[in-house]
Design a protein around this ligand. Structure first.
Ligand SMILES: Cc1ncc(COP(=O)(O)O)c(C=O)c1O
Length: 390
């Protein structure tokens, strides 16, 4: 059967091959240590589950408005006051996960001829979603020496091309855990304000998993004038350990949010009704639901980064947010291993350790290790890597 040109523009995620292999080994009874998880290993806090169950029992199982329950949209708007922003419910939309919110935004904002800046290392879905919208990703390399962050000079240079009219920025970052400071955001904002045509997709999915404070700096809070150019993305998956609930949201100018609502009304319709009631409870709990998980992640971060830096010739920056470490394994690439994919395959086959090669994120030679896993697993996994590398 003929498939559309659109779908042939994107490749399946290169991370899937390793993950599938790790799963197959596990299923065959092999003791695999996995650093692959992109989700918290905690259960969703009980009060959130109770609220969703109560919603089912109360018969709240029907369609909701396509853009989400008014009560949830108001709660999301109120929650953003914590970041120093004034947001109205009409500027919010509830989607079926943060990934869906980003997809909807790409569909309503991008078209053929548009070029979208994606700083690398990047989260795997940005380039694919941009391509699916008919636009072209412009990858800008942001090395470890620059903290994996886009500089105002790099941004200004890329914007000399008039066809470049959007930017995707992720802070805290998946895969690096790097976080833009308010000053760095302000410096990027200064450049962006000179180019009104540039729309910014600001992915703050991990903003409450930040280790230098409770919430990572927000772009629009740092540069309020960027309000008209920015769509902010956030969700419940990472913050409240709700990955399977499929709930995320976007905040932006009303016209963009209304367009996303129109698309959603003709595609998925609303996110699951009773999941939305759980999300209302999550926002009520706020720090009570988050702080213990954050502290556990903080301890694991210290442990993992320390162990990784003790492997000869491996260098790992301390991530400031999210739950990933992104060490540099380039010293092992070249003679012994052709590339990071070969290294990841070797570590899986020989050491029975699954990690995601950096080339999946546009950063060959690096590896992503999730620390959403127990201390004993971290210790054993790094011990195996060290041993296998000799
Ligand atoms: C940077 C980033 N953005 C967005 C998402 C989407 O999360 P979800 O669709 O579960 O809300 C993820 C999930 O891995 C992510 O890492």
């Amino acid at each position: 059967m003929r498939l559309s040109d659109r779908i042939s523009r994107v490749q399946p995620s290169p991370t899937l091959a390793i993950t599938a292999k790790a799963k197959a080994l596990k299923a065959a009874g092999v003791d695999v240590v996995s650093f692959g998880a992109g989700e918290p290993d905690f259960n969703t806090p009980a009060p959130i589950c109770e609220a969703a169950k109560a919603a089912i029992d109360a018969g709240k199982t029907k369609y909701t408005p396509a853009s989400g329950l008014g009560e949830l949209r108001a709660a999301i708007a109120a929650d953003y006051a914590l970041r120093g922003r004034e947001v109205t419910a009409a500027q919010t939309i509830v989607c079926v996960g943060g990934k869906h919110a980003l997809y909807n935004a790409s569909q309503v904002l991008f078209q053929e001829g548009d070029k979208v800046i994606v700083p690398a290392p990047y989260w795997v879905s940005y380039p694919a979603q941009i391509l699916l919208a008919g636009a072209e990703p412009v990858i800008i390399d942001c090395p470890a020496s620059a903290g994996f962050k886009l500089t105002p000079t790099q941004l200004a240079e890329a914007l000399e091309d008039e066809a470049v009219n959007a930017l995707v920025l992720c802070s805290p970052s998946n895969p690096t855990g790097s976080v833009y400071t308010a000053e760095e955001l302000a410096a990027l904002g200064e450049v962006l304000l000179k180019h009104e045509r540039v729309r910014v997709l600001y992915d703050a999915m991990y903003d409450r998993l930040y280790y230098d404070g409770a919430i990572a700096p927000d772009l629009v809070a740092a540069v309020p004038a960027l309000d008209a150019q920015t769509i902010t993305f956030n969700g419940f998956s990472k913050t409240y350990a709700m990955t399977g609930w499929r709930l995320g949201y976007a905040i932006g100018p009303e016209a963009v949010i209304a367009a996303m609502g129109k698309l959603q009304s003709q595609s998925t319709s609303n996110a699951t009704s009773f999941a939305q009631y759980g999300a209302i409870e999550a926002l009520k709990m706020g720090e009570d639901a988050i702080s213990e998980m954050r502290e556990t992640f903080r301890g694991r971060r210290e442990l993992l980064v320390g162990l990784l830096n003790a492997i000869p010739c491996v260098e790992c920056e301390t991530p400031e947010g999210a739950f990933y470490a992104f060490p540099d394994f380039n010293a092992y690439i070249g003679e012994r291993f052709e590339d990071d994919l070969a290294l990841a395959n070797y570590l899986l086959e020989e050491a029975k350790v699954a990690l995601v090669p950096g080339s999946a994120f546009g950063a060959p030679g690096f590896m992503r290790l999730s620390y959403a896993t127990g201390d004993d697993v971290i210790v054993e996994g790094v011990r195996r890597i060290r041993e296998a590398l000799g």
